[in-house]
Design a protein around this ligand. Structure first.
Ligand SMILES: *Cc1c(COP(=O)(O)O)cnc(C)c1O
Length: 368
């Protein structure tokens, strides 16, 4: 894989010593293949939504001489409304922050509150430790067992011992797809609160899951911050919109470390249209969930072992050969999956039915 090569920095480059061993994040972007490797939503933005976006653009374009609304007020209000509707909550704009993808939210959070270090339960989203390193945040690893579950006694003991400023939990987890129960999230909220730390719940795939959202913990545990994205469920990855829901004081802290005018007026306008059409865009989520169940059943029938998923992807094992060899053999058949670095596993994003069929046909050749 391309990302295993260490960078050979020129001697004159004053790169921070703690970053010298890092390589850029990146999944291969190969053209001409069926890409089921980055958990994108395969459905294009519906034509009627595209039309509405186009009708908003002239005003945005004429005003490009002006900076955007620095605090993205209309967008944050629309996001608060969306969260309130979908989780039966009562948040206001002062509980919401928006940025260029949830990755930017995570970075802004680490810049603001990472002073005492961060803890995450691996295997999980590899960008969390990457942003930690880039922001000079000390990173510690907690563990998941062979079924990707977190032992809550061990986790809460670790939180008490390390007293991290930030504890990350991804649910549904990437790359496993497994969800952490609301009861366990509450245990983590309590343990992090006891050490005056934040619990960052990365809910990038929340809309694909039946589990209750951690936003329900915020009123009791103001140290809980929920991070979400429009990249997956809203089929909006190219626009780059992520957001955080939390106590007012957390939003105030994020305002200190965000870059001025970070979210372009075009992004804000397009995201508003997407949110106005949320029921239309989210209708595709149900289709993806039922495809996920179908693909999981088919993989099991072929003899593969599939990790139960609450997201828009499946982690599975049981194919012939190692992950890199199976990955390569699938690329040769025109299917791009993700080798997430877990021995014996590959991850497949749920695509359109026709893409899933191609995948199933190709993987059948590698069945155990
Ligand atoms: C895809 C993903 C994100 C983020 O993406 P953005 O496109 O930056 O919003 C965040 N967290 C997890 C766990 C993801 O899988």
């Amino acid at each position: 894989m391309t990302n295993s090569r260490k960078v050979d920095w020129p001697e004159w480059l004053p790169i921070r010593s703690e970053l010298a061993d890092l390589t850029p994040y990146g999944a291969p972007q190969i053209s001409g293949v069926t890409a089921l490797n980055t958990n994108e939503n395969p459905f294009a933005v519906p034509q009627e939504v595209v039309e509405q976006m186009l009708s908003r653009l002239p005003k945005v374009l004429e005003n490009l001489n002006r900076y955007p609304d620095r605090d993205a007020n209309l967008l944050r209000e629309a996001l608060a409304n969306y969260i309130n509707r979908s989780t039966k909550s009562d948040f206001s704009i002062s509980n919401l922050w928006a940025a260029n993808g949830s990755n930017e939210i995570l970075q802004t959070l680490m810049l603001a509150c990472g002073g005492r270090g961060a803890l995450g339960f691996t295997p999980s989203y590899s960008v969390h430790p990457l942003i930690a390193k880039a922001t000079g945040t000390n990173w510690s690893e907690g563990y998941r067992d062979n079924s990707f579950e977190i032992d809550m006694d061990k986790a809460t003991a670790q939180i008490a011992e390390l007293t991290p400023g930030l504890t990350f939990i991804t649910t549904p987890n990437n790359p496993s797809g497994t969800a952490t129960s609301f009861a366990d999230l509450e245990k983590l909220a309590l343990a992090t609160k006891a050490v005056k730390g934040l619990l960052i719940v990365d809910e990038a795939y929340a809309e694909f899951s039946a589990e209750e959202s951690a936003v329900k913990l915020i009123s009791t545990y103001p140290n809980v911050v929920v991070v979400r994205t429009m990249s997956k469920a809203f089929a909006f990855a190219g626009a780059r919109v992520g957001y955080a829901i939390g106590d007012e004081s957390i939003v105030k802290a994020l305002l200190v470390t965000r870059l001025p005018y970070h979210l372009s007026s075009a992004t804000q306008a397009l995201a508003l249209v997407a949110l106005e059409n949320s029921s239309l865009l989210l209708a595709e989520v149900a289709a993806l969930v039922s495809e996920r169940e179908r693909v999981a059943r088919e993989l099991s029938k072929l003899g593969f072992e599939v990790v139960p998923s609450s997201a828009n992807f499946l982690l599975f094992r049981g194919f012939m050969g190692g992950s890199p060899e199976a990955w390569k053999s699938l690329v040769d058949s025109g299917i791009l999956l993700r080798d997430v670095g877990l021995e014996g596993y590959l991850r497949v994003t749920i695509g359109l039915p026709i893409e899933n069929e191609k995948f199933l046909a190709a993987i059948a050749a590698l069945k155990p």
